[in-house]
Write a new protein. Sequence first.
Length: 202
Amino acid sequence: MHAVKSLPEDFQHRETLDLSSTRSALWLNLAAVLLLFVFGWIFKTCFALLGAGDGTSLDIWQAIKAFSFAEWMIAILFLVLMLIAHELVHGMFFWLFTHERPKFALRSGYAFAAAPDWYLSKYPYIMVGLSPLVIISVACCVVSIFAGPLLLGYLLLVATFNAAGALGDMIVVGWVVQHKNPIYVRDRGDSFSVYSRNANAK
């Protein structure tokens, strides 16, 4: 089964990854800032390969510097909508596997969607974790083909910030991938627990 509310009898807790501390949130946000430069270059390259814009309109930092006050307000609105969309995509995939409304929360420095009463098997959980990164990135790349120079700047901004902001998701998924199947993952939003079969169980 992809998701259960009660673990099989031969499964037990193995490990927990806790990102709930203020220190963890601070380090994640600092690392995400550095990743803005990496993903800015990645999406600039992707957009260019798709034939979107020109060299100037594909430079995210030049685009940001050129924003007027009104354009900055629009950019902030786009980023807020991106954050909401990111968590809604997580929530949609949680619902897909559990058929139950997920929990949404906003904490200092981050937001999350979670299904704290459920245990998801390994690959469905990986889908939940990576879905916002993949879906929003692909959507921005597709729309960039048809976008004008100004919208292209916003798309670059959204794609870059979404990918950098998905650092926590990527860390959790990378941690889950290390565990040998079969496993179940319990997601409380800012702490994550892995459960696997008891080796001594008959």
